[in-house]
Write a protein that binds this ligand. Structure first.
Ligand code: NAD
Length: 374
């Protein structure tokens, strides 16, 4: 099976779909890799390291399978041949134009985000691997932006109290933000509408913030949160506004799949915070959990710094690429039989992740999203 890796062209994208170590492992399954020159440079993997691992340097779009990170641009889709297989983070629920163009170009595309989150596919779970990176980086940003220490310090000049950090949403990114903030010595509280995460939060040495929302549990299918009703959301925002006033830093990670981010931090909550406090809103990608977030910007409102980062995983490109490449490796291994590309659409992982095929949008969610956008 021939796999090629183009150099990413999206603004700010420094990740690469395969790293040398994974090229070497794939070779054992009969996978030959061709890499566009410089494709690994942003993640600090020079061409020579790929060549040493057995890859060729050449056309990044020449493979039977093209492995990417970011969704392809229109020009990149033009370079894909009819019947080619594309693997990447394709944003199937929000990138309607890309999905339609891929169908029109006769490309068989697989979105890493659409891989079913079942135990067998855990090694392919790029949402989790990249959220691990963003959660970690978000905590570092909060620590750096805060004009105060995270840890408690006892010094000759007096004692410094630890920073109070609140993490909203305790999925993969939230749990990593909790763990990282704890390692830096902050006193961490966290809140999620799924009560199952209480134990996970406590096992990381943080406190589960109890809000008297009259809510039993808001866990829906697949371990995700269900959207809250308008009344529940209103109640949550009011209760949170008071708690947030006690915090030095808030790290927002709350999300509901396929929907805009829930609004949790109101302007009033920001006003309640001490001057110099910090909000890092990872939900900026889908609109933000904070009312005052400006996606892609760092703004100061009411003397509170509000960071709305986009594409955060790409700011730690080495490990983000290594983890992503292992996810891609596991998916490619499902596509190769005796060294040949063999797509078994009876396999629920391949069937679930397939977005376009034979000129059609075959993924139900992507098809609906494309219809709505049209
Ligand atoms: P996500 O990015 O969709 O959401 C982040 C968090 O926000 C979730 O914990 C969610 O409950 C929370 N949230 C939503 N609305 C909220 C609100 N109004 N207030 C506070 N919090 C809110 O989630 P994710 O990190 O991708 O994963 C969530 C869950 O999915 C996991 O904990 C797990 O149960 C499941 N999962 C399964 C697998 C697997 O089996 N392979 C892998 C990863 C995750």
């Amino acid at each position: 099976m021939k796999v090629s890796v183009p150099k990413e062209t999206a603004a700010g994208e420094r990740r690469v779909a395969l790293v040398p170590e994974v090229v070497d492992r794939l070779a054992k399954d009969g996978v030959e890799v061709t890499l566009e020159t410089g494709a690994g440079a942003g993640a600090h993997h020079p061409d020579a390291a790929y060549e040493q691992a057995g890859a060729r340097i050449g056309d990044g779009f020449s493979g039977e399978v093209v492995a990417k990170v970011s969704p392809p641009s229109a020009e990149e889709i033009d370079r894909l041949s009819r019947g080619a297989v594309l693997v990447g983070l394709l944003q199937p629920l929000t990138g309607a134009d890309t999905v339609r163009a891929l169908a029109g170009a006769g490309v068989t595309s697989f979105a890493m985000e659409a891989i079913p989150r079942i135990s067998r596919a855990q090694s392919m779970d790029a949402l989790s691997s990249q959220a691990t990176v963003t959660g970690y980086v978000a905590a570092l940003i909060a620590a750096r932006e805060l004009p105060r220490f995270f840890p408690m310090l006892t010094t000759a000049a007096g004692t410094v109290r630890p920073a109070k950090v609140l993490v909203l949403g305790a999925g993969v990114a939230g749990l990593q933000a909790i763990a990282t903030s704890r390692r830096l010595g902050a006193a961490v509280q966290a809140f999620d509408v799924r009560s199952a995460v209480k134990e996970q939060i406590e096992s990381l040495g943080a406190r589960f913030l109890e809000l008297d929302m009259g809510l039993e549990d808001a866990e829906a299918a697949g371990g995700y949160a269900r959207p809250l009703t308008d009344e529940e959301q209103q109640r949550q925002r009011e209760l949170l506004a008071e708690e947030i006033g006690q915090m030095d830093a808030v790290i927002c990670t709350a999300a509901v799949p396929g929907r805009p981010a829930p609004l949790l931090v109101t302007e009033q909550a920001v006003r309640n915070m001490k001057p110099g406090s910090v909000i890092v809103d990872l939900a900026a990608e889908t609109g933000g959990n904070c009312e005052l977030t400006e996606p892609g910007e760092t703004v100061v409102r009411e003397d509170v710094t509000i960071v709305g980062p986009l594409g955060l995983a790409s700011t730690m490109p080495d490990h983000a690429s290594s983890l992503y490449a292992r996810n891609v490796q596991a998916l490619l291994q499902l596509m190769v039989k005796e060294g040949e590309l063999t797509l078994d659409f009876e396999d629920e992982v391949l069937a679930g992740a397939c977005i376009t095929r034979d000129g059609e949008i075959v993924h139900e969610g992507a098809r609906k999203a494309a219809e709505v956008a049209a």
